[in-house]
Design a protein around this ligand. Structure first.
Ligand code: PGA
Ligand code: ZN
Length: 423
């Protein structure tokens, strides 16, 4: 049983405070987890409880830490760590708000993940095995190698420009190709006189003239590294359009006010010009469900269209999006909803309705590699966790390399994960 739950304030990759939680079992076994933090957050995300006031720019999390040490500890003492759904439900009930505003989603998620870890440790098995059972495999990974939007100080309006291995024999093989393109991209940018400092997710943050110029850089780097764009390495982007959506329904994009229709035409132009684009995320703002749905009806058969900010890993919002025909893929972020169980429920809703899923890090991360194990355990098709740079990003990829080694022959990339009924 659970003996003690406690938390402390640690720091994330942007130097902001975050919650680290410990779950200690009566036999002395420990489970530990720290929670990430986003910057381009959706309005419907569960609440990250911050202290306010002067200390650490108001971003302290001592209230959330205290909630773990007192209210949550009192509630979970003596509970069964192997009953994750019950543990999560007890915290949801204790919080009592629809968005975890009282205890803080950062407090609750820290304990939720730490409980998974404690239970896996008690059984002496890896987390991916504890949550995922058998017949596991590695995801297709997406790597944000040029950072813009709110993740960098350059003038690029779109937030993320990603590359993904399409043809690969193993995760390692695909990752090596990504590393080769990443280094090639750096060389190309240097040659053209651009800065090669890194953004929040480990990608370069050059001051390119436009989003299309960033996509063009990726296309070129893939070729220069010796790969065929769209066949061996694909391209993806996250516009995070909420960050340039205006209150009147228009978009202030690259210095010009544009209608949603004009944005749609712009995206279609990119898809025509760069056939290597396999996936796009949040092309419209989080209040623009109608245009998002319209665009999906027209283009959903030729590209993966992900929604993130509109639905925030919330099963109820997933159902609403499915009904509307918005997007054909959901981004999955544990801290948008705040417990492991609810995240699994969201994935279930997506799968049942034929939507693909992409697991995701946040722009503010820690060295915690739970996301890698969770992705494998969920038989998730896809994962985005940043560039092959910065320790908090590599923590996930290096863990995937270990998991692939441990799985050995069991992991078979030819097998399509969507076929697996994981519950
Ligand atoms: P965030 O960005 O972690 O800053 O929210 C990630 C995303 O929008 O996908
Ligand atoms: Zn996003």
């Amino acid at each position: 049983t659970i003996e003690n739950v406690k938390a402390r304030e640690v720091f994330d990759s942007r130097g902001n405070p975050t919650v680290e939680a410990d779950v200690i079992l009566s036999n002395g076994v420990l489970g530990r987890a720290s929670v990430p933090s986003g910057k381009s957050t959706g309005d419907n995300e569960a609440v990250e409880l911050r202290d306010g006031g002067d200390r650490l720019g108001g971003k302290g999390v001592l209230k959330a830490v205290n909630n773990v040490n007192t209210l949550i500890n009192d509630k979970l003492k003596g509970a069964d760590p192997f009953n994750q759904a019950h543990i999560d439900q007890m915290m949801i009930d204790l919080d009592g708000t629809p968005n975890k505003a009282k205890l803080g989603a950062n407090a609750i998620l820290g304990v939720s993940i730490a409980t998974v870890r404690a239970a896996a440790n008690a059984e002496g098995i890896p987390v991916y095995r504890y949550l995922g059972g058998v017949d596991l495999e590695l995801p297709q990974t997406f790597h944000n190698v040029i950072n813009g939007g709110e993740h960098a100080d350059n003038g690029i309006d779109m937030q993320e420009f990603l590359i993904t291995p399409i043809k690969r024999t193993t995760f390692r093989d695909g990752f090596e190709k990504i590393v080769n393109v990443y280094h090639q991209l750096k060389k190309n940018l240097e040659k053209e006189g651009y800065q090669t400092g890194l953004g929040d997710e480990g990608g370069f943050a050059p001051d390119l003239p436009s989003s299309e110029a960033a996509i063009d850089e990726l296309n070129r780097a893939i070729k220069d590294a010796g790969y065929v764009p769209g066949e061996e390495i694909g391209i993806a982007f996250d516009a995070a359009a909420s960050s340039f959506a205006q209150d009147d329904g228009s978009y202030l994009f690259e210095g010009k006010k544009r209608s949603a229709e004009e944005m749609g035409t712009y995206y279609e132009g990119l898809l025509d010009k760069y056939p290597a684009i396999v996936s796009m995320e949040d092309p419209f703002g989080e209040n623009d469900w109608d245009n998002f749905a319209k665009f999906t009806q027209k283009n959903g058969n030729r590209v993966q269209i992900i929604t993130d900010d509109n639905v925030c890993t919330n099963p109820a919002l997933f159902r609403k999006a499915i009904k509307k025909g918005m997007a054909n893929s959901f981004l999955i972020k544990l801290n948008q909803i705040g417990t492991v169980s609810e995240t699994m429920e969201a994935i279930r809703v997506a799968r049942k309705n034929g939507y693909t899923t992409m697991m995701s890090h946040r722009s503010g991360e820690t060295e915690d590699s739970f996301l890698a194990d969770f992705t494998v355990a969920m038989h998730a098709e896809q994962l985005k966790s940043g560039a092959p740079a910065r320790g908090e990003r590599l923590a996930k990829y290096n863990q995937l390399l270990r998991i692939e080694e441990e799985l050995g022959k069991e992991s078979n990339l030819a097998h399509f994960p969507n076929d697996v009924d994981f519950d």
